[in-house]
Design a protein around this ligand. Sequence first.
Ligand SMILES: *[C@@H]1O[C@H](CO)[C@@H](O)[C@H](O)[C@H]1NC(C)=O
Ligand SMILES: *[C@@H]1O[C@H](CO)[C@@H](O)[C@H](O)[C@H]1NC(C)=O
Length: 313
Amino acid sequence: MGLFKFLILLCLIASVFSVDLYGMRSPAELVKVNSENGTITPVGGIYTHEAVGDNVGCLDSKNGIYYFMGTNLETAKIDLLGMDIHSADIKYTIPTTFVTEGFVGVAQIVQCIDDSDDVIIMGRDPKYDHKHNLVRVTPQTNTWKELNQFNFLDPLGGGHTLSGETVWIELTVNISGKYSHKLFGFDINTGKQVFEINDDDYYTTGLNYDKESGMVFGIGIVPQFTNRVIMQLNPKTGIITRLFDLPSTYFLATPPTTINAKDGIGWYIMNDRKVDEPWKLVTLDYNKQAIVKNVNLCPNPKDCLRGLEYYEI
Ligand SMILES: *[C@@H]1O[C@H](CO)[C@@H](O)[C@H](O)[C@H]1NC(C)=O
Ligand SMILES: *[C@@H]1O[C@H](CO)[C@@H](O)[C@H](O)[C@H]1NC(C)=O
């Protein structure tokens, strides 16, 4: 290998591993996470809203805004908040019509769109008889465009991601008392349901779209519940496949589950099923089908992050 190629390789390796990650912990505090050693550095806090819900956030890298949905502790209303990732100042407060049912954050999603300033959000809405209301919000103009309403059951920490014009959401359907785990795809312009994929074998969650391969990755569980599996969903065909198995010592810290994938790399917050063990930040290489890094993230799982997103520079 020539020196030039070697240097390029070094740069590629460095760019893969030295990603800036941002996360949210509760009480609401924006933090920066070093992907190499799991060091958490606070950026700033806001304490008017809780941030207990798992995985109800996204990072708009092009505008440097971290969005999350939380309940205002004084008014008990749920708002979408957008914080500047450098100063932690709140730039946008968008009131929603959603309510919390059961667990905080369940049935809610927040998903940034790569090539638009808009954010896709979802929550249970009394306006529609407590159905899910899928909405496209433009925070800069406080525009609220309702896309679709439906009523399914909500897996805890429900996975969601965006591939092109499709937002993918993990939901459970109750067919006369028989429960079926599904991955739904909705068009982010029209709200039309474009996919309904059966996933009763692996209960895939932690959905991650990887631009490089054009695939959605997720993390499932084998029927015997012994270990986790990495799943691959082709968002064009809707075909879902079991890609590779993780060792049984890598479970999943129930949620937050995932950070969006980048260049074939995905991150998950995992534990080894022992409640008191530190939670780890695990780096996966989907091409190599292997765990390529594993660092301690939260010595005390109770204080761990509720969401984690990568910052695409
Ligand atoms: C983690 O890595 C960053 C950047 O390389 C460094 O500044 C920091 O000191 C490291 N923290 C620990 C605990 O090693
Ligand atoms: C599922 O459907 C059955 C029959 O239609 C109903 O009795 C049951 O309450 C439903 N379960 C939930 C959790 O909604």
